[in-house]
Design a protein. Structure first.
Length: 350
């Protein structure tokens, strides 16, 4: 108030200046008490200033934390959390090799035709609506969305955090969920048009790492990526095509309905390959918590991180199993694609 009074005393309009009585009243009010001197008054003002400063610091700190969280959330939406945490700590993230992961590719069948009937903003809205649905579905599974390129959608399970041999099952369940979501998905500007996906999946080794310093990307490299892409491009609408490697893991896992594709598929750079269609899951498969889904509760019993009962014949699901019937996926010998047989621990399973 004393600053305001000083400013008023300097105004160019005399009638607006405070009179001596007003000035005297203000000067009395700033004294601590009748006996207090200028030192007491100064200490009181410093204490008040310190209190106000603490409140201001707390307020600014709270605002900083809010903005920091926004930045962290944005970074973690672009990179895996473990990678983002390393970068925030100032650490380098070297490329890492993963022995076995499962990669998913999909694209929209007839997307070129749909685009020709749509305005650019409508195409953008379509992809945003569709991938928002998919992004929400992914949160239920132990999967990481790698990227989207146009109508292509790429997902991986088993990296950057290894999840044992659950990666194939996670991708399989997610793929089925995507197809289920499409049944109720409506294109806003083409409500009569039915959207169809073509999906492919493949399991194998891969290398992952950060590429670039400006707008860095977490990229996957290796033949597994190419093969997964071929599984998608050589597939069919509203179907999930998988390789023999993914088939072997899911067969060992149990609980999935898989049929061999009739005839060998000639894939560019791969030759003729036996592939399989993922049809669904068996009714008694327990997938209440798909992110931690490990095996078929009614048929398989997990004894360790790498051992499962391998008999997937539902007619035998009540039969007892001995430890000798358990196999280790790490001892996969080979896949007999022609006869649809899996060889593990030198044993044959069909």
């Amino acid at each position: 108030m004393d600053i305001t009074m000083a400013r008023e005393a300097w105004t160019e309009e005399p009638e607006l200046r405070p009179n001596f009585q007003t000035i005297r009243s203000v000067l009395r009010s700033i004294r601590v008490d009748a006996s207090g001197g200028i030192v007491e008054n100064l200490l009181g003002r410093m204490e008040k200033y310190a209190t106000n400063l603490e409140e201001l610091v707390e307020e600014r700190t709270a605002q900083l934390q809010v903005e920091k969280k926004k930045t962290d959330d944005l970074l973690e939406s672009m990179l895996p959390k473990s990678v983002a945490d390393s970068l925030k700590s100032g650490n380098m993230v070297p490329p890492e090799k993963f022995e076995c992961v499962t990669i998913y590719f999909s694209d929209i069948v007839g997307f070129t035709a749909i685009s020709s009937q749509s305005k650019p903003m409508e195409v953008l809205d379509l992809l945003n609506d569709l991938y928002t649905v998919f992004d929400t579905c992914i949160e239920k599974y132990d999967c990481y969305k790698v990227e989207t390129i146009g109508d292509a959608y790429m997902v991986v399970s088993g990296l950057p955090v290894r999840n044992g041999d659950r990666h194939a099952a996670q991708i399989a369940l997610m793929s089925l969920d995507f197809l289920s979501c499409l049944k109720t998905f409506v294109i806003s500007h083409l409500p009569e048009e039915k959207l169809k996906l073509r999906i492919g999946m493949h399991s194998g080794p891969a290398v992952a790492g950060i590429v670039g310093k400006k707008m860095p990307r977490y990229c996957l490299f290796g033949d597994t990526v190419n093969t997964a892409s071929r599984m998608e491009s050589n597939g069919e609408a509203e179907k999930i095509q998988m390789s023999s490697q993914s088939y072997a893991i899911l067969s060992n896992h149990g609980g999935f309905i898989i049929d061999p594709r009739q005839g060998l598929v000639d894939m560019k750079g791969k030759g003729k390959q036996q592939t399989y269609w993922l049809r669904g899951v068996e009714k008694d498969l327990n997938i209440d918590n798909p992110r931690h889904f490990t095996d078929k509760t009614a048929l398989l019993k997990r004894e360790s991180n790498s051992q499962f009962f391998t008999d997937t014949d539902t007619s035998k699901k009540n039969s007892s199993k001995s430890p000798n019937d358990m196999v280790n996926y790490n001892n996969l010998n080979h896949v007999d694609s022609k006869n649809h047989k899996v060889h593990l621990n030198n044993k044959e399973f069909q």
